[in-house]
Design a protein around this ligand. Structure first.
Ligand SMILES: Nc1ncnc2c1ncn2[C@@H]1O[C@H](COP(=O)(O)OP(=O)(O)O)[C@@H](O)[C@H]1O
Ligand SMILES: O=P(O)(O)OC[C@H](O)CO
Length: 495
């Protein structure tokens, strides 16, 4: 039996999962790490804490699977994307906290780039819209705000990486400074058509090229791991977690689409070897590169998805665990006219408003905690439905079903609501750890555990399909109410 090990480094926790060659989960280990919110709109992680959590759970997963490093054919990484780390090449020490993808501190810089007329160039080269979400402005901020950073960067002493690069560096004791093309495509510094870092964009953001990792394919042997517990195992797969989930959902053909319900929600459609430019404020991104072939995807990103449930748990304290939201929401037959727009860190696609903030509208004397729970779950489904509306308007091939995964897809209530609002079936697979599965597949393909994507596609199994049950005119009325609520949330915080 050949095993693959996935390191699934998400926004709130590091997970390690051992898969067998049938793509089934053999063992899981998970550790949450701390979220730092030093100022409104700022979100930071400690990169050293992430590394300690990740290597810890990797060792624990092997032990739970009762296997050793020698039994592992390959390791794959799937990571929270865009989150930016800069570290000293000699000491391996981060120069400051990692700036997380949700962080809005660079919204002003992004406003200036837009005002100076760079939007069209950036969209054409990178497939992205100018937004604080992506790594480029975060790198610029660190170089300009961490004392001494710019001089060190110009002297070639610093390395930049998204979390995949950071983990690859740590796993190999500083031998590898690499990223994969799917992660590079989220930096706003990378040309998705030429497959190279873009000199014009590096100049625009004043980022010295010496900082940058080497861009590699998503499935290849990058090098052997040296870190204790995994020593000798090849690192052979890297992808951003959302692209990894698209791969793990076996969306190998153009038109196949998935939505992941984690901290945020990320809807991606495979568009094949063509980078399709969006006319509806979605993103064009690299799905993966295997051999010489690059596959592209169209993406809609919602910043707060499952995290609204965490807010009910940790902020309002009206539930004790995430799954309790479902029982609480079931105490009411409908939302009673209540809408929560969880724009806690602004709004992503298709609105792209960094100054939007969370809003609750429609409160009456009859509003209960049950209505809040229901409105929270519905907000996840409404935001995702907006993504599909944009995707339908853009895509040559509107999706015929939505493949779902991520922590919050466990909620049957949410999935039924989602099918109703999307108007297409929602398919929940048996293995919902599709992010990790995608990274395992990418790594396993590189070392011959599996030979082709056709072989992988045979492993796809649906656990439950949710069919739309609400008439289209009722859905349209609900969507109109939601849009009114979104307008109330927009443009609230002061730039
Ligand atoms: N049964 C559930 N019902 C609704 N939401 C849930 C449920 N279980 C987990 N969640 C939500 O899913 C999210 C966790 O999903 P996960 O895929 O682990 O996220 P991430 O990879 O972003 O850290 C949390 O935000 C949590 O609130
Ligand atoms: O950690 P997740 O699963 O919420 O994913 C975060 C995304 O990669 C951000 O772009």
């Amino acid at each position: 039996m050949k095993y693959t090990l996935s390191l699934d480094e998400g926004t709130t926790s590091a997970r390690a999962i051992v898969f067998n060659d049938e793509g089934s989960v053999v063992a899981v280990a998970q550790k949450e790490f701390e979220q730092h919110f030093p100022k409104p709109g700022w979100v930071e992680h400690d990169a050293d804490e992430i590394w300690a959590a990740q290597i810890g759970v990797a060792v624990e997963a092997l032990s739970r699977a009762r296997i050793a490093a020698k039994d592992v054919a390959a390791v794959g990484i799937a990571n929270q994307r865009e989150t930016t780390v800069i570290w000293d090449r000699t000491t391996g020490t981060p120069i400051g906290p990692a700036i997380v993808w949700q962080d809005r501190r660079t919204a002003g810089l992004c406003d200036r780039l837009r005002a100076d007329g760079h939007e069209a160039l950036i969209q054409q080269r990178t497939g992205l819209l100018i937004d604080a979400y992506f790594s480029g402005s975060k790198v610029a901020w660190m170089l300009d705000n961490v004392p001494g950073a710019r001089a060190k960067a110009e002297a070639g002493q610093l390395a930049f990486g998204t979390i995949d690069s950071w983990l690859a560096w740590k796993l190999t004791g500083g031998k590898l400074h690499v990223t994969d093309i799917s992660n590079a495509s989220r930096t706003m510094l990378f040309n998705i058509h030429t497959g190279c870092w873009d000199d014009d964009l590096l100049k625009l953001l004043n980022v010295p090229p010496s900082l940058l990792p080497e861009v590699r394919a998503s499935s290849e042997v990058y090098g052997d791991i040296t870190a204790g517990g995994l020593a000798g195992v090849p690192l052979a797969g890297i992808a951003g977690d959302q692209q990894a989930a698209l791969f793990g959902q076996m969306c190998f053909e153009p038109g196949l689409t998935k939505n992941t319900y984690g901290t945020g929600c990320f809807m991606l459609q495979n568009t094949g070897p063509t980078a399709v430019a969006s006319r509806n404020r979605l993103l064009t991104t690299v799905g993966w590169k295997i051999g010489d072939v690059t596959s592209y995807a169209m993406e809609g990103a919602v910043f707060v998805g499952g995290a609204v449930v965490q807010w009910l748990r940790d902020g309002l304290k009206i539930i004790r665990s995430a799954e309790e939201v479902n029982a609480l929401a079931a105490t009411v037959p409908d939302n009673g006219g209540l809408y929560i727009v969880p724009a806690f860190t602004g709004l992503g696609a298709p609105h792209w408003d960094p100054y939007a903030r969370g809003t609750i509208v429609g409160i009456t004397r009859g509003t209960t905690a049950g209505h809040l729970a229901r409105a929270a779950l519905e907000s996840i489904a409404f935001q995702s439905a907006e993504l599909l509306t944009a995707m339908r308007a853009d895509a040559g091939q509107p999706p015929v079903e939505m493949r779902v995964d991520g922590g919050a897809c466990r909620s049957d209530l949410l999935m039924q609501c989602q099918a109703d609002l999307l108007g297409i079936p929602v398919a929940r697979p048996e293995v919902t750890e599709t992010t990790a599965l995608g990274a395992a597949y990418l790594a396993g393909l590189a070392v011959g555990v599996w030979k082709t994507t056709g072989e992988l596609a045979k492993q796809y199994r649906v656990e439950r399909r949710f069919e739309p049950q609400v008439p289209a005119d009722r859905v349209a009325a609900m969507a109109a109410e939601w849009s009114k609520a979104v307008e109330r949330a927009k443009n609230w915080a002061t730039p």
